[in-house]
Design a protein around this ligand. Structure first.
Ligand code: HEM
Length: 234
């Protein structure tokens, strides 16, 4: 390692040691994951296209071997973002626990304590959901996946077939409601951690956090609901 790189690595490590460093890591990784969730939703909504093959063509383009390096690059970045997000969250949670070892909560701390507790629980259930979701729609471990050819998943058939099982659809709906809760508080905290917190913008930042969390959750929930209601068929 060069003599210039060593001090900057040390500076970064010292910055991360402080709670603010961990919060910034959570904010940056949270921003990456939020961007992925929005892009993924835009892909999923193609299931409503009048052209039933639209979402399958989109999936085939993503799975095309000519873009494999890009796909695996994005997957590696997401995995790293998830890992850092979880490590920083657990370290911050532990720091708070050590700072207040007895379960004593001042009256005006109750909402903040409640939000922090919900973040750990909603985050854990979202992680369990993502593992289940990859086993379901990427690996085909939960239900067998249909393919139109090599590297051409029949995403439309796999979504509809999966959500026709009420237990699968129900778990997705529950996970999306928790995602809504997590994003509502998470997007707001993300702005605070990177220093976007001028009182003039507070109301708009709070509105943005609430509206984006609700819109993402309900747009995703619409898919299992549309299948269960029989509005989305093969
Ligand atoms: C009802 C909501 C959702 C639907 C219908 C859905 C649909 C899908 C489908 C069809 C795939 C497989 C795509 C393919 O093989 O090309 C997929 C993969 C994936 N989804 Fe979702 N998804 C939903 C929500 C979410 C959420 C909320 C997250 C993250 C919090 C998420 C994270 C992922 C990940 C990480 C993959 C694996 C991507 C890869 O293989 O590289 N999904 N999803």
């Amino acid at each position: 390692m060069s003599s210039v790189a060593v001090p900057s690595v040390r500076r970064a490590a010292r910055f991360y040691e402080a709670p603010l460093g961990k919060k910034v890591v959570m904010a940056v990784t949270g921003m990456i994951l939020f961007g992925y969730v929005v892009a993924h939703l835009a892909g999923n909504l193609q299931v409503y296209s009048a052209d039933h093959q639209q979402i399958n063509r989109y999936a085939a383009a993503l799975h095309n071997p000519s873009v494999a390096v890009l796909l695996w690059g994005v997957r590696a970045m997401l995995l790293l973002a998830v890992a850092l997000h979880i490590i920083a969250a657990l370290q911050l949670w532990n720091l708070k626990r050590i700072a207040r070892p007895i379960g004593y909560v001042k009256k005006d701390d109750v909402p903040a304590a409640y939000a922090a507790r919900t973040m750990i629980w909603s985050g854990s259930i979202i992680l369990a959901f993502v593992i289940f979701h990859i086993l379901h729609l990427t690996a085909g471990t939960v239900l067998p996946l249909e393919e139109l050819g090599p590297n051409r998943p029949n995403v439309r058939a796999n979504l509809i077939g999966g959500f026709q099982h009420p237990a699968v659809a129900g778990f997705y709906i529950l996970a999306m409601l928790l995602l809504c809760l997590h994003l509502h508080h998470g997007v707001w905290s993300m702005f605070q951690s990177v220093g976007v917190s001028h009182p003039r913008y507070t109301l708009w930042l709070k509105r943005f956090s609430a509206v984006s969390a609700l819109a993402i959750a309900f747009a995703n929930i619409s898919i299992p609901v549309a299948v269960l209601a029989g509005w989305l068929t093969q």
